[in-house]
Design a protein around this ligand. Structure first.
Ligand SMILES: Cc1cc2nc3c(=O)[nH]c(=O)nc-3n(C[C@H](O)[C@H](O)[C@H](O)COP(=O)(O)OP(=O)(O)OC[C@H]3O[C@@H](n4cnc5c(N)ncnc54)[C@H](O)[C@@H]3O)c2cc1C
Length: 397
């Protein structure tokens, strides 16, 4: 009887976790199923590029996982029963329950309207491919001189505003933010940001939290009204409600609470990785939703599962930050170096070199997903119960 490992979500973290498990464990001992709603990998970190009309390389999972031992199941997850250890899925043929022995939950996150009146109805999001494609189609129809307001001054907002302004210099691009522009960055980082925003002609409304959105304008807390033919909403991500509907221990926002091995603190046969997990990093701070911290959580979970199944040593993957990589259009960028717990230090890399660096980071992340088992040393070990059964199931090495 094989041990059934089911991985939900084939984004950056789920795909990497599934591939790593396949490399760590013998295929005759485990059945690894990767469930994803869509047939190809979505490079979420490039959604602002997709939105302005750039075409992304197609990355079908059927090619990525061919010959890896990971079985791909294209279906939408509708629920998880952690007591019965089943996952409910639907596809074109109907609904089904998939049983599991170990579950890796990696369903990621979506955009967050944050309950602001009108945001859900009148804004465009770029946290998903359908959202980015909808914005792409709308931007393509905008006439010169029309205003695009990007709401949110985090990394996604900065990348979206600069990408749109660079691709469409004929548009009037503005950024509305609650705080000051890049005020978590080092002085050099902030100066560079202001320089690029100035060069691209982006109007920045600082200390202007958006309190309401209408079809052609946004209203801010300081009483301003900013005209907006298109409003792009980038004020953070929120996890899908599936985990919250289970008996798993979750935070108020629905992230699964995990220990240092990414194992659920309430259900030891469930692991959570990436945006879906509430994992604690350096400085006792929760990891932020990002590939930068999500990918190491996938390595940690996969190695911990393999170690527990085979009686090996538990891993201690470094869950720390090194830098924040911000694209500022295709020709400029900002690499802000940070402490282990994500606080800016003095050092930055800016300009074209930073743009190249960021591009390499994006390519590297996609390469890691597209080659889930390449380059990993094979350390396949025998599950404990099988090893105890005798030499007939000895490790192949
Ligand atoms: C525009 C943009 C730029 C970004 N830039 C950066 C950056 O520069 N650096 C960085 O570190 N992070 C960046 N991020 C954040 C990063 O993309 C996320 O943190 C990362 O994608 C999280 O990975 P994940 O595997 O947890 O989730 P995801 O990548 O979201 O993957 C989740 C997967 O689950 C699937 N799924 C979801 N629900 C279901 C369901 N019900 N049934 C079946 N399948 C389902 C999805 O289709 C998807 O394949 C950016 C995000 C955006 C939107």
């Amino acid at each position: 009887m094989q041990h059934r490992i089911t991985v939900l979500g084939a984004g950056y973290t789920g795909a990497i976790a599934a591939g790593r498990l396949a490399k760590r464990l013998r295929h005759e001992d485990v059945a690894i199923t990767l469930v994803n709603a869509e047939p190809d990998f979505v490079e979420r970190v490039r959604m602002h590029q997709l939105a302005v009309g750039q075409d992304l390389k197609p990355r079908p999972f059927s090619e990525m996982f061919a010959g890896t031992g990971v079985e791909l199941r294209l279906a939408r997850v509708t629920g998880v029963d952690v007591d019965r250890k089943t996952v409910a899925v639907t596809d074109a043929n109907g609904s089904e329950e998939l049983p599991y022995d170990t579950l890796v939950y990696a369903l990621g996150s979506g955009w967050n309207a944050q309950g602001v009146p009108g945001a859900a109805e009148h804004t465009y999001e770029i946290a998903s491919r359908p959202g980015a494609l909808r914005l792409r189609e709308r931007l393509a129809r905008l006439a010169a001189g029309q205003t695009v307001v990007v709401v949110g001054g985090g990394l996604t907002g900065l990348e979206a505003a600069t990408e749109i302004a660079e691709a469409r210099p004929d548009l009037d691009v503005a950024l509305a933010i609650r705080d000051g522009l890049g005020d978590w960055l080092s002085p050099k980082g902030r100066t560079h940001l202001r320089k690029v925003f100035g060069k691209l002609g982006i109007t920045v409304y600082e200390h202007a939290a958006v309190t309401g959105v209408e079809a052609d304008r946004v209203a801010t807390a300081d009483g301003k009204t900013i005209p907006a033919a298109v409003t792009v909403w980038t004020t953070g991500f929120v996890v899908h409600p599936i985990a919250k509907a289970t008996a798993l221990e979750v935070t108020g926002t629905g992230q699964i609470v995990v220990d240092g091995t990414m194992r659920s603190v309430s259900h030891p046969d469930v692991y959570a990785v990436g945006d879906a997990a509430h994992a604690i990093g350096p400085g006792n701070k929760p990891l932020r939703m990002s590939c930068a911290s999500g990918v190491p959580t996938a390595w940690q979970a996969a190695d911990a599962i393999a170690a527990r199944l085979t009686g090996g040593k538990l891993p201690d993957t470094s869950l720390r930050y090194f830098n924040q990589c911000i694209s500022l259009g295709r020709k400029d960028g900002l690499i802000q170096y940070v402490t282990a717990d994500d606080r800016a230090v003095q050092a930055v890399l800016t300009g074209r070199l930073a743009a190249v660096y960021k591009e390499l980071v994006c390519k590297g992340a996609a390469w890691g997903v597209a080659n889930p088992t390449l380059g990993l040393p094979t350390r396949r070990r025998v599950p404990r119960e099988r090893a105890a059964a005798g030499p007939a199931v000895e490790a192949l090495g």
